[in-house]
Design a protein around this ligand. Structure first.
Ligand SMILES: Cc1cc2nc3c(=O)[nH]c(=O)nc-3n(C[C@H](O)[C@H](O)[C@H](O)COP(=O)(O)OP(=O)(O)OC[C@H]3O[C@@H](n4cnc5c(N)ncnc54)[C@H](O)[C@@H]3O)c2cc1C
Length: 346
């Protein structure tokens, strides 16, 4: 990964090399000098279910061969288990099953060679100066860079967002355990509802020789995770010997006002903007779509890049609005029962 030097000047600096930052860099590299910085190791290896929905697939299938990012079983069909209402439903909806580190590596490898990427580089702050934006980097603020546009693709704990908005994103921690083995017929991913475990939902995702079981738990996490593992093990007849436990915060928006897309020449994309499904925590398609829209807004020569970006994001926000409605339905036991019964079963 490239070493950057004090005083360097870029057209665009992107903070964060997740899906949102990578796709924005990809879409801007032909026309601009782009720097991507990330505080962590690259490729990213973020705890994630790494299921890609149809919106992500639509974007990525235009990008050469995707077989490198798929993990067995490559396609998973969605099923719902509702322990509260004693309902199990298999739908026809499908996801691509990927490995997050391989996905990150794949995205980074597809960036044009003129994109400068700097890992282990912490974005600290920025300052608006006469002819652009000064970007301050590293724990000791030892590097100062210049840019015309700053893109905050720095995820749920976004520092860029804190610099431009007083609206704090609401967050919760998502926990996952990796357990040995998988179901005999393991081509299903299960979304699980059980209010004795969480008011949100839990998930079961087979990944090759192991299975991911994850959930959002406020407070008594050990007791609830143990209960979830017991119930899943009985229901799906899989071994739940824990290989690894991991957790990561995720943004959970309660209404569209919590989405912040930026100001002037500073744009927020992906989870930094609050773009993640409040009903399923599916965030990769929102990251990819908003990263593309931010790039398109910058490429379109207009007086106000932020206004163009906001307009381009309207369909994404409408999709989130539908997801917000859905999250209200699935968090209510009676309404959820009706909703699940309306889903086409096999
Ligand atoms: C447990 C879990 C399971 C999930 N499962 C799914 C799933 O199955 N499908 C799905 O679509 N979504 C899932 N999501 C959501 C998905 O992971 C995110 O929505 C998606 O990664 C957001 O992409 P992003 O590019 O906006 O941010 P991120 O992928 O979070 O990337 C942000 C990057 O910014 C870097 N960064 C942060 N701060 C700084 C800084 N100050 N300086 C420099 N770099 C910085 C970080 O190191 C990171 O690499 C899940 C999330 C969790 C936590």
């Amino acid at each position: 990964m490239n070493k950057i030097k004090n005083g360097e000047n870029y057209d665009i600096i992107i903070i964060g090399a997740g899906p949102a930052g990578c796709i924005a860099a990809h879409e801007l590299a032909n026309e601009f000098d782009v720097l991507v910085i990330d505080k962590g190791d690259l490729p990213q290896n973020k705890p994630c279910g790494s299921l890609l929905n149809e919106d992500s697939i639509d974007i990525l299938k235009n990008w050469e061969d995707v077989s490198d990012i798929l993990i067995s079983p490559s396609f998973l069909t969605l099923g719902y288990i509702d322990f509260d209402n004693k309902i199990t439903i298999k739908t026809k909806r499908q996801f691509w099953n990927t490995d997050r580190k391989r996905f990150s590596s794949w995205l980074l490898n597809r960036l044009p060679k003129n994109v400068t990427i700097s890992s282990h580089t912490l974005f600290k702050d920025f300052e608006i100066v006469n002819d652009g934006i000064e970007v301050i980097v590293n724990r000791d603020s030892s590097l100062k860079l210049k840019t015309k546009y700053l893109i905050g693709a720095d995820g749920t704990l976004s520092t860029v967002r804190r610099g431009i908005s007083k609206i704090p994103p609401r967050r919760s921690t998502l926990y996952q355990v990796l357990v040995t083995g998988s179901e005999e017929r393991n081509d299903f991913t299960w979304f699980v509802f059980d209010t004795s475990i969480t008011n949100y939902y839990s998930w079961v995702i087979p990944k090759g020789d192991h299975t991911i079981i994850g959930t959002t738990i406020e407070g008594r996490s050990k007791r609830n995770m143990d209960l979830l593992l017991k119930k899943i093990s009985e229901e799906l007849k899989i071994s739940t010997k824990v290989l690894k436990t991991e957790g990561h915060p995720a943004t959970i928006i309660g209404n569209l006002d919590e989405i912040v897309l930026g100001t002037d020449n500073i744009l927020l994309v992906g989870e930094a903007a609050g773009l993640i499904s409040p009903s399923s925590f599916e965030g990769i398609s929102y990251a990819l779509q908003s990263g593309m829209m931010a790039a398109q807004a910058i490429r379109t020569e207009s007086n106000s890049v932020i206004d163009t970006y906001r307009k381009l994001c309207n369909p994404i926000c409408r999709r989130l609005s539908d997801q917000l409605e859905k999250s209200q339905i699935v968090s209510n036991r009676e309404k959820r029962s009706e909703y699940l019964r309306s889903v086409i079963s096999e």
